[in-house]
Design a protein around this ligand. Structure first.
Ligand code: PAF
Length: 282
């Protein structure tokens, strides 16, 4: 099987996309940081259902990591990722180096608000959404894609990207795709690789407790009581819980609007690994 074409510069990426557009084809982008799993490949597959060509980017974005976080340790497996993208049907991988993405003297950033400042991930990772918005805006502009696909596992990130695209009039449609899970419910994440065998055994409890809270809410229990019970189960199991909250599904405001649906979101640490997950309630 021949290898997937790899663009390492913006000029190479644009040449591919220009040729597709000139041939009347639509283009989907799947932005990733590599260490690809079935969740990423599901985005590629959905991209192929919605567009003629799918390009995936692989770039571990330094601007979304705090100095204390795992930028250096973040798994990097380019050869494996390229083979996976090829077999999922992607037509191109965009793999820019750090200097191609952020040229010397780079000094611009996107300031985010709305869903980015609702006291969830932003409370624990204040630098995160500014870094994500900056790199995603660059990727959308660099690729000139028609659509871009993001997983709902990073639900706040998905809303932040949608808000940014609306606010900046970027000519690209953002598609959110359902979280892909292991058979035991654990949401797929590149960071699951950090879990020890014992932590991996415990990790599915995060999703189980989200489901327990959602079930209790649907049965008419008060959110505060149901959430407190779940947090206490998680702490007993060994998690350190950053937040477990019921939020408006569109704005992430603390008081869900019944007309817009609500979402339960959780972040918790298990040993050295920080896991996030979320599910729809109504
Ligand atoms: O979700 C991710 O993998 C990253 O935050 C993204 C969207 C590729 C931006 O670096």
């Amino acid at each position: 099987m021949s290898e997937i074409p790899v663009a390492r510069t913006i000029a190479e990426l644009r040449a591919h996309v220009r040729a597709w557009h000139q041939a009347g084809q639509t283009v989907a982008l799947v932005p990733t940081m590599g260490a690809l799993h079935r969740g990423h490949l599901a985005l590629v597959e959905e991209g192929l259902r919605r567009a003629d060509q799918v390009a995936a980017s692989i770039f571990v974005n330094p601007k979304q990591f705090a100095p204390t976080e795992d930028f250096d340790a973040y798994p990097r497996r380019e050869a494996d990722d390229l083979a996976k993208l090829k077999s999922a049907g992607a037509a191109l991988a965009f793999v820019p180096g750090g200097g191609e993405m952020y040229a010397a003297g780079f000094a611009t950033a996107i300031a985010v608000g709305g869903p980015a400042t609702q006291g969830l991930e932003d409370r624990f990772r204040p630098h995160f959404f500014g870094g994500v918005a900056t790199v995603v805006a660059k990727l959308l502009i660099q690729s000139q894609c028609d659509i871009a696909l993001f997983g709902e596992k990073d639900y706040q990130q998905l809303l932040v990207v949608k808000q940014m695209v609306r606010d900046l009039d970027l000519p690209c449609r953002i598609i959110g795709c359902p979280t892909v899970r292991e058979a035991d419910g654990l949401a797929l994440s590149s960071r699951n690789a950090y879990l020890t065998a014992e932590e991996r055994r415990i990790a599915p409890m995060l999703h189980q407790q989200l489901q327990a809270v959602a079930g209790a809410l649907r049965a008419g229990k008060a959110p505060g009581e149901a959430i407190e019970a779940a947090i206490s189960v998680l702490i007993t199991a060994g998690f350190s819980v950053d937040y477990l909250e019921l939020r408006d599904a569109e704005t992430l405001a603390p008081e869900p609007d019944p007309g817009r649906g609500s979402r339960l979101l959780v972040a918790a640490r298990l040993g050295k690994t920080r896991l996030i997950d979320n599910i729809a309630v109504y």
